[in-house]
Design a protein around this ligand. Structure first.
Ligand SMILES: *Cc1c(COP(=O)(O)O)cnc(C)c1O
Length: 370
């Protein structure tokens, strides 16, 4: 019996990639914002209908740098959620800022907008919400709150590439949004990421941050680091972008197959499609609550059958050991996130997942629950 992994990176045909990188053997220009980098950037600005897309070598540094670009005073507080990949919390902490954990809502697991205001203090400078699993946060309420208290909003949109809300791409909300183009994401450049924003004055800063603050052969204007996307990464992105719609279409079919088996099963909760949201079907999270067996047993049973699911997200970031000493830490302070973390599994999800494999996965799960 073959193993079914939780994800499988999208790749263009071998020849298609070779064709795309061929010109690099003429130019010998391998990185430093070359031809491929510029081409991918233009394509993304057009696809996302966003005035500024700055490419990065990964999503984490993109997020860390865009937070740094806001020049918050060290020790300021940033409201975020613990139901995310540790990268979100690290990006805040590594900037010398204090993450303040807000709970998530039980419907789509994004930040609970009714709980944000209660966490705002004189030290609060920003909100870093997460479009978790590709589910859009309540961007309208978040904008209202940010306006009222004069806070910046930076979205961790790592999961939400190509998602649209009311026809507007997820790149266009808040002060900035970060996408990850990591191999495991819906769209990948092997490793990669981007920051998207409207504000013209942020362009130079974001470019300085990723390229040593170098503005010209003899000019260094800023103490920047190095987080440039290489030409090979960009070429992978150019190729993968050609197949994006097809890939998302296939993911949709996989998601529908899961729904056909798992919807309305007692003890199994699925994430309902959001109103006005065009999904990218990035993940397939399932919450086992009062199911015959608990989440860990389902995980083991799948594993015994060669099926790899993920406890994503467990543990939540306010309970990992690096953060336990934070005054704001403690899973008990975010009960909904804690509840989910103990019960959620993301099932295998990728464009080329065979529907028979989806049937097999569901069969293992439904061998319980009778
Ligand atoms: C993948 C991911 C990141 C980090 O992106 P990388 O490209 O892997 O650096 C950040 N936040 C979330 C929610 C992610 O899933």
């Amino acid at each position: 019996m073959s193993t079914i992994n939780v994800t499988r990176s999208s790749m263009p045909g071998f020849n298609e990639y070779c064709e795309e990188i061929k010109t690099l053997w003429d130019s010998h220009w391998l990185t430093n914002m070359g031809e491929k980098h510029q081409k991918l950037q233009r394509k993304l600005e057009s696809l996302l209908a966003c005035p500024h897309v700055v490419l990065y070598t990964n999503g984490h540094l993109a997020l860390e740098n865009v937070i740094a670009a806001m020049k918050f005073q060290k020790g300021s507080e940033v409201i975020t959620t613990p139901f995310t990949f540790v990268s979100t919390t690290h990006a805040i902490s590594r900037n010398g800022l204090i993450p303040v954990f807000c709970d998530v809502n039980p419907d789509n697991y994004t930040i609970d907008v009714d709980k944000i205001e209660g966490l705002i203090t004189e030290k609060t400078v920003a909100i870093v919400p997460v479009h978790v699993y590709g589910n859009m946060c309540d961007v309208e309420r978040i904008e209202q709150i940010a306006k009222k208290y004069d806070l910046k909003v930076i979205y961790d949109a790592a999961h939400a590439f190509a998602v649209k809300y009311k026809g507007i791409s997820s790149a266009n909300f808040g002060d900035a949004s970060m996408f990850s183009f990591h191999a495991t994401k819906v769209f990948n450049t092997i490793e990669g990421g981007a920051v998207c924003f409207q504000d013209d004055s942020l362009v130079n800063t974001m470019n300085d941050m990723k390229n040593f603050g170098i503005r010209g052969p003899e000019r260094v204007v800023f103490i920047g680091g190095n987080a440039k996307m290489s030409e090979f990464q960009a070429a992978m992105g150019i190729c993968n972008l050609r197949h994006l719609n097809e890939e998302i279409g296939k993911r949709k079919i996989v998601a529908e197959r899961y729904w056909s088996h798992l919807n309305n099963v007692k003890g199994i909760r699925l994430c309902k499609p959001q109103k006005d949201v065009e999904s990218n079907y990035a993940y397939f999270p399932v919450v086992f609550d009062e199911f015959d067996v608990d989440r860990d047993e389902v995980f083991e049973a799948l594993s015994k059958n060669g099926i790899v699911a993920r406890k994503y997200f467990y543990p939540i970031t306010n309970s990992v050991e690096t953060y336990v000493d934070l005054p704001t830490a403690g899973a008990e302070k975010t009960p909904v996130a804690a509840f989910l973390a103990d019960r959620v599994l993301t099932l295998p999800m990728y464009a080329d997942l065979a529907l028979e494999d989806v049937d097999r996965i569901c069969e293992v799960i439904l061998s319980y629950g009778k």
